[in-house]
Ligand binder design. Structure first.
Ligand code: GLA
Length: 382
């Protein structure tokens, strides 16, 4: 038999043997299985928390012990105009987290995307100056801190301000404030939020050597200046083959060596065809859908499901190896149905990046991940 076929067959067999109906894992959920290792989280959309009996609420509370707001706390959705605030969903999210004892993550204080133009402007013709923009940043954090004081346990303070080559991203933040934008953001967060609230720097493509080195340098410099940073968030929007486990490990180790916690903040594994150029955070990217780029509209072939299961197994094996450094592993979404990858970079595709299928049922990948807790794993190298 062909080697890869044999491998797939063995994997299938191991999945059947550890199905949720087998005795050992009958009642184990993800959060229970990893309770001594790291939080297991999911990002929630407004519809989850705004619908009192959303079908997935039970699933969220059974499997996860951490929740992240997908969009509700971003500047744009929360405060689209200078004096317009949409607190409803954000309040529901925070209340849901508190009622169900989740480790609640606020996402995100300062980002170049989903931030309205008015934030940077006096009026249509005039930008704010540095002091004025810093004052506006202070106002936002003060307001959020007052409203959700001890109910949000960690904040992504800055998202995506470093490019893969290590340079600062060209944004209104950098243009108006200057190269110390991230430093100022953490100073402001520390000034207004409780000391127990963890402050995180979050970014995508964190295995790119240029970005990895620049994040390490930035965090070390902040710490040297006495600026509080508690965590580095690796978004982890990955695909079946990339990045390699070795590259992911290099980044976990490099980030942990700065002395802060590593958070895996937005994990999903794309199984759909992706051009290299599509990696990244360009959420405005729109490409046409074809048969070729939407190959699994009628269901995921078993071979791909198995490959996804194997990929998740490899990744969680690595996370367990570094569990001393990793505080949390959060998936970007709960089920395949609500993943952003159904609409990015091509609208309307059928995507399968998470552990639960469109009906909220555990996939082969789930069985592989939870199955790891039955086996001894190598200890942390930290
Ligand atoms: C980035 C952001 C998230 C989200 C995803 C795509 O990773 O950090 O808030 O917008 O893109 O959904």
């Amino acid at each position: 038999m062909h080697k890869s076929k044999l491998h797939r067959l063995l994997l299938c067999l191991s999945i059947v043997l550890m199905s949720p109906f087998s005795l050992a894992n009958e009642t184990l959920s993800l959060k229970q299985a990893f309770s001594n290792d790291f939080y297991i989280g999911a990002s929630l959309k407004a519809e989850f928390v705004d619908t009192s009996n959303h079908a997935n609420k039970q699933l969220i509370n059974r499997e996860f012990n951490s929740v992240t707001s997908a969009n509700m706390l971003k500047w744009g959705p929360l405060n689209p105009k200078a004096n317009t605030f949409n607190f409803n969903s954000a309040d529901n999210f925070v209340e849901f987290g508190a009622l169900n004892n989740h480790y609640v993550v606020g996402h995100v204080l300062f980002w170049h995307n989903q931030t309205p133009k008015w934030v940077f402007q006096h009026n249509k013709h005039k930008l704010l100056n540095r002091e004025q923009l810093l004052a506006r940043m202070n106002e936002r954090v003060k307001l959020l801190s007052k409203r959700y004081t001890n109910e949000i346990h960690a904040w992504d303070v800055v998202n995506e301000t470093i490019l893969s080559n290590g340079q600062w991203r060209n944004s209104k933040w950098i243009e108006i404030i200057g190269e110390d934008f991230a430093e100022q953001a953490f100073i402001i967060a520390d000034k207004h939020l409780p000391k127990s609230t963890e402050l995180i720097y979050n970014d995508f493509g964190m295995t790119a050597p240029g970005r990895r080195d620049a994040v390490v340098k930035m965090v070390k410099q902040m710490k040297a200046k006495g600026i509080r940073v508690d965590g580095i968030g690796m978004q982890a929007h990955w695909s079946l083959n990339s990045p390699s486990i070795a590259e992911i490990e290099k980044s976990i180790v490099a980030f942990a060596n700065t002395g802060v916690d590593v958070h895996i903040t937005e994990l999903d594994i794309d199984v759909l065809p992706r051009e290299k150029s599509q990696f990244g955070a360009n959420t405005k990217l729109k490409l046409p859908m074809t048969k070729h780029n939407n190959p699994y509209a009628d269901g995921l072939p078993q071979a791909v499901d198995m490959a996804l299961a194997q990929r998740y197994k490899d990744i969680f094996e690595l996370f367990l190896k570094h569990k001393k450094s990793i505080k949390r592993v959060t998936f970007w979404g709960v089920t395949d149905q609500d993943s952003w990858l159904n609409n990015w970079p091509i609208k309307g595709r059928t995507s399968y990046p998470l552990l639960f299928n469109r009906h909220g049922q555990a996939k082969a990948a789930y069985q592989q991940v939870i199955g790891l807790k039955k086996q001894p794993v190598a200890s942390s190298t930290k």
